[in-house]
Design a protein around this ligand. Structure first.
Ligand code: B1M
Length: 211
């Protein structure tokens, strides 16, 4: 079994300590960090999601896998997007109100930071009022990034866009949306400026908006 496959298996079974060791080992052997991320860790979460859908595992198993992935990400972070250290603008990014999934959002934060933005990370369950507060307080914020993983929390994205408009700051920012259930057509329907299916695409889009 390859190192990346071992990482995938360790994340799936929620073995955080082992994930840390394996990621450190893979990096030391010169394995590409993006391969570790996409084939090892993200692949593991996809498998976990499928098992959950088939009722083969339950929320606690999803939680331990998520924790193991986060530990691995801490090791990987300094190796991803290191080349850009000069700020090209500010972005505020969060998982929308009612939604507690933050692994994808954390990846978006990492990639957008790697693309050269200074990121204000609102974490999970971020309300429209919180986004408005940050954008109003700081005219340097040019990008608003919204992540949703549940079909039930997708409408919160529209509420945030509406709240920005009501506060008179909608034109000051570009709104990017994403997350597993979100689509390009949904993004257009709610008046977002951009949609990306993955974190690297979100960073590219953000960059294109300030170019
Ligand atoms: Co939950 N969960 N979960 N969960 N969970 C999903 C999302 C689900 C699809 C599982 C399933 O049924 N197969 C399902 C949603 C069904 C739906 O609505 N369509 C689900 C459910 C039902 C739930 C609960 C309701 C379960 C329950 O309690 N009965 C509950 C809800 C809690 C809440 O949020 N209020 C719940 C809870 C949890 C845990 C807390 C246990 C845990 C989250 C831990 C954490 O994040 N800290 C969890 C997990 C781990 C998952 C799965 C297994 C994995 C999610 C993940 O981290 N994926 C997930 C199944 C799946 O997605 N296959 C599932 C890896 C991550 C890298 O991918 O987040 O999609 P993702 O991010 C991608 C892209 O989407 C994109 O970039 C990333 C890749 O580069 N992206 C963006 C994300 N945000 C973006 C923003 C952008 C652009 C791109 O621009 C700004």
């Amino acid at each position: 079994m390859s190192k990346v496959q071992e990482i995938c298996q360790a994340v799936e079974s929620g073995k955080a300590k082992l994930v840390v060791e394996l990621v450190e080992g893979a990096l030391a052997e010169g394995v590409n960090p993006m391969e570790i991320l996409n084939d090892g860790m993200v692949g593991a979460m996809t498998n976990i999601g499928e098992k959950f859908r088939r009722n083969e595992i339950f929320v606690p198993e999803m939680l331990v896998a998520a924790r193991a992935m986060k530990k691995g990400l801490e090791i990987l972070k300094p190796h991803i997007g290191e080349e850009n250290r000069v700020s090209i603008g500010k972005a505020v990014i969060g998982t929308v109100e009612g939604d507690l999934h933050d692994i994808g959002k954390n990846l978006v934060v990492m990639m957008v930071e790697g693309a050269g933005f200074e990121v204000i990370d609102l974490g999970v369950d971020a309300t429209p009022a919180k986004f408005v507060e940050v954008v109003k307080a700081d005219p340097e914020v040019k990008i608003v990034g919204l992540s949703a993983l549940l079909t039930t929390t997708m409408p919160a994205m529209k509420r945030i866009i509406d709240a920005l408009a009501e506060a008179g700051v909608r034109d000051q920012v570009k709104v990017l949306v994403g997350g597993a259930p979100v689509t390009d057509s949904y993004a257009k329907e709610i008046g977002a400026d951009g949609y990306s299916e993955d974190a690297a695409g979100a960073a590219d889009l953000a960059k294109s908006f300030v170019a």
